[in-house]
Design a protein around this ligand. Structure first.
Ligand code: IVH
Length: 682
C-alpha cells in the first residue's frame, strides 16, 4: 500500500468515515468489552491509513477522529470549570463492623430493615474526572478540583483511548456528564518509569502520582504518550433523555455507549455479601492490572439514593471500605542520613528492593532516632515494609525470633553533619537532630535552591535536582542569587547539558525574575512558612519591606499566625546572611507587584468557622503540625468530637474519636485526603 492514497475527495470521505467507524469499534472491543478482534499492528495499520487520507484531504479531519488523540499545541494555563453538580467524596469504613454500621444507619434512616441491594466496585487509585457530552460528542473534560471548581483538561482527556470522543449507539441525553477515574495501569506505570530512568529523569513515586502528573501537562502531546485509562463510575449533570433508575443499569448503559466500566462490579443483597465481596477482591488485588485502594459500596436504587441524600460533602448512600496498607517482608541493608533544607538530619532505610502494592520499594523513611528505638531496628534485620496509598513507605516492624542475630549491626547516629561536618543539635520536643550550619552546609544549600526553583516557588522549568547538585558541587553557585548570573558556558560544562537545553534553562531562569510576593516568600524557605502561610503574610503586609520590618507582635496580629511561625519569620529576617541574599536577588532583577493588603479577617479563610479534630497517628506529620496547618486555613482545632465538629482527620489506629464521629454522622477523612486538602489550601 503506497503511503499516499490515490483517491478522489468523495472516495476519501467515504473511506475515512468507514475507517473511523471500524477504529471506534475496535477501540470499544478492546477497552470496554476486553475482547479485541484484531492485534495492535492491524489496528495501527488502519489508523495509519486514516491519517494518510486526512493528510491528503485535511478538510476531512474532524475533532472526533481517532487520529486526533495525539495531543495539540500547549496551553498557557488551565481554565476553571464549575461543576453544576458538585463532585463529592466518600465516607470511609476501615473494618467489617463499620461496614455493618453503614447498613444499619441506612435502614434506620429509611425506616425499613430489609436487606439493601448494593453495587460493589473496586476503588480505583487514580484521578477523578468529569466528561461532558453534548449530543453525544465530547465537549469538555475537567478535574475534580475542590469539588465545586475544577480545571479544564479537555485537550488532555481527548488523548485517552478509552474515553469515547463520540458516543456509540443512541438514546443518550442531549447533555450528559459522565464521571470516573483516570488511572495508569501498573504495566504502563513501569514503562514510563523505565523510560524516565533512561532519560535520567526523576521517576514517579506511584501510578496515582504518575496519572495526576500526566493529566497536569499543559502540553497534551505529552499526555498522549502516557498509557492512561479511564473507567466510568457515575453520572453528573444530565439534561433530557431517559436514564435507567439504578446505578448498575446506568453502568451497563454507559458501557453500551462506549465507556470502559469495571468488570469486577457486582450487585449484591445485604451487607454480609458486601463483606464477602471484600474478601474476594482482597485476594485478587495483588494480581490486578491496576492499583486499587479499597472498595466502594453504593446503594443501587436511585430512588433510595435520593431518599438518603448527603451529609457534608459525601453521599449517605455510599461508603468506601479501605484496604489496610499493603505489607511485604525484606531486609534492611543500611541506614543513611540525609540533611534536609532546614538542617534536619533524617535517617533513611536502604532496603533490599521489594514489590509492595504495585511498586518496587528500596528506601523507607525512619523519621528520627526515637522511631528506630521504638522499632528496635538493626542493620541486617528482616523487616515488614508498609505502603499506604501516597504515603512514603514505612518500616512497620522488625521480624524477630527465628533469625539468628549474628551479623546484625546497631545503627549509629552521627555526631556531626554527614555533609559538612559541623556539630548536630538535638531539639528535645521534636526528637530531631539538626545541622546548625544553615546555608553554609552544602546539603542545606542544595535543598534551599531546589525549594527556590520548585513549582510552587519560582517555578524554574528545567532546573532539576541533578543540575542543582552539580552546580553546587562545582561551586558555580553558592546561593539562590547566584542562579541569575550563570552563563551559558558554565551550563554547557555540566553533564548531559547540550547548548539548546542550556539556553532554555537560562531563559527559564530569566523569566522567573518576574514573580509574585507570595511565591517569593514561599521560595525563601522560612521554616513553617508553606504556601498558605506565605499567601497570608503577603496579603496582610502587602510588601516585603513591611513584613521585614514587622515584629512578633505585628505577626501575631495576622489571623492564624501563631507564636512558632512568628518566631521563625522574625528570626529569618534578622539573619544578615538572609538579608544579603534578598538584596542580591533584588539586584539581580527579581521583582513582583506589591499587593493591596487584602481582607485577612478570619472569615475570609477557607476553613473559617469550621471545627476540626485530629486523631490517630499520621505518617507524614505530627498532630501538632497538622493542627498548625489547619489553623492557618482558619479552622479551629479541638481535642474532642461533638455534633458541632465539621470534620475528623483519622490517622492510623484511630479509636474512640473515630467511633464517636461515625455515630454522629460527622465527616471523616484519612491522611491521604487530608494531605490533598492541605495541598490545595481549601
Ligand atoms: S463514586 C458520590 N466510585 O474515590 C460518589 N469513586 O472519595 C463519588 N473513586 O475522588 C465517587 N473509584 O475519584 C466512586 N468506583 C468508584 C471509585 C471512586 C475511585 C474515587 C473518586 C473520588 C474518591 C472518593
Amino acid at each position: 500500500m503506497s503511503d499516499k492514497p490515490n483517491l478522489s475527495f468523495k472516495q476519501a470521505a467515504i473511506e475515512a468515515e468507514a475507517l473511523r467507524e471500524q477504529l471506534d469499534q475496535h477501540n470499544y472491543r478492546y477497552y470496554s468489552l476486553d475482547d479485541p478482534q484484531i492485534d495492535d499492528a492491524e489496528y495501527d495499520q488502519l489508523l495509519r491509513r486514516l491519517e494518510n487520507i486526512e493528510a491528503l484531504y485535511p478538510a476531512l479531519r474532524n475533532p472526533e477522529s481517532p487520529t486526533q488523540r495525539v495531543g495539540s499545541a500547549p496551553l498557557s494555563i488551565f481554565e476553571s470549570v464549575e461543576h453544576k453538580v458538585p463532585m463529592l467524596s466518600l465516607a470511609n469504613a476501615f473494618n467489617d463492623d463499620e461496614l455493618r454500621g453503614f447498613e444499619r444507619r441506612l435502614q434506620t434512616r429509611l425506616d425499613d430493615n430489609s436487606p439493601i441491594t448494593f453495587v460493589c466496585e473496586p476503588k480505583l487509585d487514580g484521578v477523578a474526572v468529569s466528561l461532558l457530552y453534548r449530543d453525544g460528542v465530547l465537549v469538555q473534560g475537567a478535574t475534580r478540583g475542590d469539588g465545586f471548581t475544577g480545571e479544564n483538561i479537555t485537550a488532555n482527556v481527548r488523548t485517552i483511548a478509552s474515553i469515547p470522543l463520540k458516543l456509540k449507539g443512541q438514546g443518550f441525553p442531549p447533555m450528559l456528564e459522565v464521571r470516573g477515574e483516570i488511572y495508569l495501569p501498573r504495566a504502563g506505570f513501569n514503562a514510563i518509569n523505565a523510560e524516565a530512568l533512561v532519560k535520567d529523569e526523576k521517576p514517579f513515586v506511584n501510578p496515582r502520582n504518575a496519572a495526576a502528573g500526566s493529566l497536569r501537562q499543559l502540553d497534551s502531546r505529552i499526555t498522549a504518550t502516557r498509557p492512561l485509562e479511564m473507567c466510568a463510575y457515575s453520572l453528573g449533570q444530565t439534561e433530557g433523555g431517559q436514564l435507567p433508575d439504578s446505578h448498575l443499569a446506568t453502568m451497563l448503559q454507559l458501557k453500551e455507549w462506549g465507556f470502559l466500566t469495571n468488570n469486577l462490579m457486582e450487585a449484591v443483597v445485604g451487607i454480609d455479601a458486601c463483606v464477602d465481596y471484600y474478601q474476594r477482591l482482597e485476594a485478587l488485588r495483588p494480581n490486578l492490572a491496576y492499583d486499587i485502594d479499597g472498595i466502594v459500596y453504593k446503594v443501587d436504587s436511585f430512588h433510595l439514593q435520593q431518599a438518603l441524600g448527603f451529609v457534608a460533602r459525601a453521599p449517605r448512600w455510599a461508603i468506601a471500605r479501605k484496604f489496610p496498607a499493603e505489607e511485604a517482608i525484606t531486609r534492611l541493608l543500611d541506614v543513611e542520613f540525609q540533611v534536609g533544607r532546614t538542617g534536619a538530619v533524617t535517617p533513611v532505610a536502604r532496603l533490599e528492593p521489594v514489590f509492595v502494592g504495585g511498586v518496587t520499594v528500596s528506601n523507607a523513611s525512619l523519621h528520627n532516632e526515637d522511631e528506630i528505638k521504638r522499632l528496635g531496628l538493626r542493620i541486617g534485620d528482616q523487616v515488614v515494609v508498609r505502603r499506604a496509598g501516597d504515603v512514603i513507605p514505612q518500616i512497620a516492624r522488625v521480624i524477630s525470633g527465628e533469625i539468628d542475630s549474628d551479623g546484625l549491626k546497631n545503627i549509629l547516629f552521627p555526631k556531626t553533619c554527614p555533609v559538612c561536618g559541623s556539630p548536630l543539635q538535638r531539639s528535645d520536643e521534636q526528637a530531631v537532630l539538626r545541622c546548625i550550619d544553615g546555608l553554609v552546609c552544602p546539603a542545606q544549600r542544595k535543598e534551599a535552591i531546589k525549594h527556590f526553583a520548585s513549582r510552587k516557588a519560582l517555578d524554574i522549568d528545567g532546573l532539576g535536582d541533578k543540575i542543582i547538585d552539580q552546580l553546587v558541587d562545582a561551586k558555580l553557585i553558592h546561593s539562590v542569587a547566584d542562579l541569575f548570573s550563570l552563563s551559558i558556558e558554565q551550563l554547557v560544562g555540566l553533564e548531559r547539558m547540550a547548548s539548546k537545553s542550556a539556553s532554555n534553562l537560562l531563559a527559564a531562569i530569566a523569566a522567573a525574575r518576574h514573580t509574585t510576593l507570595p511565591r517569593f516568600l514561599y521560595a525563601l524557605g522560612i521554616r513553617e512558612v508553606g504556601e498558605t502561610t506565605a499567601k497570608l503574610l503577603a496579603n496582610h503586609f502587602g510588601t516585603l519591606e513591611k513584613l521585614q520590618e514587622s515584629n512578633v507582635e505585628a505577626l501575631l496580629a495576622v489571623p492564624s499566625i501563631g507564636p512558632v511561625v512568628a518566631d521563625f519569620v522574625t528570626e529569618f529576617f534578622s539573619n544578615p546572611h538572609h538579608l544579603a541574599i534578598i538584596a542580591s536577588l533584588r539586584e539581580a532583577g527579581v521583582h513582583w507587584p506589591d499587593i493591596q493588603p487584602a481582607d485577612t479577617k478570619p472569615q475570609a479563610l477557607p476553613l473559617a468557622g469550621q471545627i476540626w479534630v485530629l486523631t490517630g497517628t499520621l505518617a507524614t506529620m505530627s498532630r501538632g503540625e497538622g493542627k498548625e496547618q489547619l489553623e492557618a486555613l482558619g479552622a479551629k482545632v479541638t481535642g474532642s468530637v461533638s455534633a458541632k465538629t465539621t470534620c475528623l482527620v483519622a490517622g492510623e489506629s484511630a479509636g474512640s474519636k473515630l467511633d464517636k464521629a461515625r455515630s454522629l454522622d460527622v465527616q471523616v477523612i484519612d491522611e491521604k485526603e487530608f494531605l490533598a486538602l492541605l495541598e490545595k489550601g481549601t
